[in-house]
Structure formats: C-alpha cells, structure tokens
Ligand binder design. Structure first.
Ligand SMILES: [Zn+2]
Length: 246
C-alpha cells in the first residue's frame, strides 16, 4: 500500500516533471520563432480561431481496452485529455473536452450497451461538427490480443489532405519525447472508426501506447508519463508543422 508521503512525493515529482516539460515546450516553440521576441506563453497564429476538441475515448460503461493488470483505457484517456486541455489553456489556445469525467455521452433513451455506445459516438461526432474551425485530437490506448510485445505510440488519420501533416508531425514529436526508437509511422486508419469517419475537420487519433504490453501499461498508469504524453501532444499542436516552416 502506498503511503500518503509516497503519494505526496509522487505528486511533487509530477509537478516538477510538468514544469520541466512546459519549459521544454516553451523552449522548442521559441527556438522556432523570432529570437528577438519576448518569450510569452502564446499559442501559434495558425491556431487563432481554432478550437482544439479533445476527445477522451470511451467512458462510462464502455471502458475500452483493459490491460492484463486491470488498467481501464477510458481512465488513462481521460487523464491525458485533462492534462492536454490544461497545457493548451496555459498557451491561450481554445480547447474543449468532449467529456470531463467517467461518463458515456449517450442519449437518455439508449438502453443496451450497444445502443449507448452508438448514441455516444453519434453525439461526439455531432458535438465536433457543431464547433466552427475545430481540430480534433482523439485519445486512445492500443491493445494487441495474443501478444504482449507490441509497444509504442502511433498517430492515425482518415483524410490525408486535412490531417496528414499534423499526424506526421505529432508522430515525430511523440517519437522524440517518449521513445526515439519508436519506428511507427502516422497511418491512415484501416478500420471504421465512427467518430473519425463522421467529421469534416482536421483530426488525429492518437493511440498513446499498448495496454497489452506490461511495461508500457505500467508507464501509462503513472501521472508522470500521462503528463509527458499530454505535453508531447501539446508540443505537436503548438509548434509549427514542417510544411509551415518558412
Ligand atoms: Zn480506444
């Protein structure tokens, strides 16, 4: 059993890590901007007018994937989403969370789990579509049945024209920030994903890691690693994507 002291120490470590990561994001961002400008926590011009919509995948009765050790995907997704929202807020970027707690967004009339899940996804897509100039970041955790060896974050997209540059940029930042040996590439979704298939804005779906890999599962459960993931995603959104560099 973890002591209160242990938790406090862990919390302090989390805060220190968050501060270091924020400084890193700031340094990366300012290294790409005019060196004569005064460093301020300001988001990039390309996000002006954009609302970053953060989707913590699953929630409520639909927990998503579950690791052999019992980690439930929906909780990890939400922890990362809340952190990403907080970091973007520090930079003055407009952002909204599709859910802020462990709930499903289904209509009250939905009865079965299947109906609830279908209704939840329809509502998420409608919410995203109702927001002008939205940019969707959908956060999930991966799993691979039958093998624990696969690991590493991967970014997916559906429409290359709208989303490929951001997907590739995010993949690269995740690689640099989390695991330089991660050779995964940003990929077009090869399966139907309701939310990604029913929206018209730029969108990426980030599988942050594999719950089926015990080491990665253990990392994904820690607040420090969740903060690191959120900071890397924020960095991808805040920094210029290569095509936009001049
Ligand atoms: Zn998922």
């Amino acid at each position: 059993m973890r002591t209160r002291k242990g938790r406090t120490r862990q919390g302090r470590r989390g805060l220190v890590l968050a501060a270091v990561l924020l400084f890193t994001i700031s340094a990366i961002w300012h290294s790409w901007s005019d060196p004569l400008t005064v460093p301020v926590l300001a988001g990039p011009a390309r996000l002006k007018g954009t609302t970053v919509v953060i989707d913590a995948g699953h929630g409520g009765e639909d927990g998503g994937a579950v690791s052999p050790a019992g980690t439930v995907e929906s909780g990890v997704n939400l922890s990362i989403a809340l952190r990403l929202n907080a970091i973007l807020g520090l930079y003055g970027v407009n952002s909204v969370l599709l859910r802020t707690e462990d709930v499903s967004l289904h209509d009250p009339g939905a009865k079965t789990l299947h109906e609830k899940k279908a209704s939840d996804l329809r509502n998420r897509a409608e919410l995203v579509e109702s927001i002008p100039d939205a940019l969707l970041v959908s956060i999930h955790q991966n799993t691979y049945a039958g093998s624990s060896r696969y690991h590493g974050a991967q970014v997916f997209y559906t429409d290359p024209e709208r989303s490929l540059p951001l997907a590739q940029h995010t993949q690269e930042i995740l690689r640099q920030a989390l695991d330089p040996e991660n050779t995964r590439q940003a990929s077009k979704l090869q399966r139907a994903v309701y939310l990604m298939d029913h929206i018209t804005c730029p969108a990426i779906l980030v599988e942050c890691g594999f719950l089926s890999n015990p080491e990665e599962d253990a990392l994904l459960r820690t607040s420090g690693y969740q903060t690191k993931l959120a900071a890397a995603l924020a960095c991808a959104l805040l920094s210029p994507i290569p095509e936009e560099k001049t």
